[in-house]
Design a protein around this ligand. Structure first.
Ligand code: 5SP
Length: 231
């Protein structure tokens, strides 16, 4: 079942150590087939150098495992909440990438200081609040998803395909698993650049809105024209 999607999700997971976004098993990638109402996610706690495409776990949108020998990622319920809330999302990534996780631990949102950010994320990348004790007891991973959704209320999640979870780490998403990993790589680079920017200039302010609009909308807006798709 879903052999192609399992291969794509496996490849996306293997990109995390290749891009040095994870250490040991600190992360996970999933991808969804919305026509079948199923998604594929990395198994929990399996070393990446032992991972195989056939190890990927198939889940339904009620959170039931429908195929796979191994237990799904411990963050599966977070991925599921995001798939249910964000219709355009085809793939989701969670990592503990050092720089983005440092901003998350500091409880800081990532302001848009330049065009690198604006090419991928429209406006600041927010930091979600901590879960309450009750939310943790009720279901940590499910409510992590709900807090991410709450944090982006009123914003287009495909325009801001990332949220930092306070004291935890980043979640990113995209049109498919590979695109979600691409956004995770860019997020880590932005986190690095933002830290150095603030060290070089503690009074730095976000890039002008007109610059942010141009850079984001030329690639992702309704009349995108970037690259080779210029009329
Ligand atoms: O956020 C966490 C732990 O804090 C998880 O992302 C783990 O680091 C990866 O868990 P599995 O996907 O292997 O269950």
């Amino acid at each position: 079942m879903l052999k192609e999607l399992k291969k794509a999700v496996y490849e996306a997971n293997m990109e995390l150590p290749r891009r040095e976004l994870i250490t040991y098993t600190w992360g996970n990638v999933s991808g969804i087939d919305r026509e079948k109402g199923l998604f594929v996610i990395k198994p929990s706690g399996v070393d990446y150098d032992k991972l195989k495409p056939e190890d990927m776990v198939v889940m339904d949108l009620q959170g039931n495992k429908v195929e796979g020998e191994l237990n799904p990622s411990s963050d599966t319920a977070t991925h599921l909440e995001l798939y249910k809330a964000f219709e355009g999302v085809g793939g989701i990534v969670h990592t503990h990438s050092p720089m983005a996780t440092s901003w998350a631990q500091a409880g800081r949102a990532l302001p848009c200081y330049g065009t690198t950010h604006a090419d991928y994320f429209y406006g600041e990348i927010p930091c979600a609040r901590n879960l309450t004790e009750e939310e943790i007891r009720e279901g940590y991973e499910k409510n992590t998803g709900k807090v991410i959704i709450e944090t982006l209320k009123g914003r287009n999640p495909m325009y801001v395909p990332a949220v930092l979870c306070k004291n935890h780490g980043p979640f990113t998403w995209g049109t498919d698993a590979a695109n979600a990993v691409h956004n995770a790589v860019v997020l880590e680079e932005i986190a690095k650049m933002n830290l150095m920017t603030e060290i070089l200039n503690p009074s730095v302010v976000p890039a002008p809105q007109s610059m942010q609009d141009k850079h984001f909308l030329r690639k992702h807006g309704p009349n995108a024209y970037y690259g080779q798709n210029q009329s």
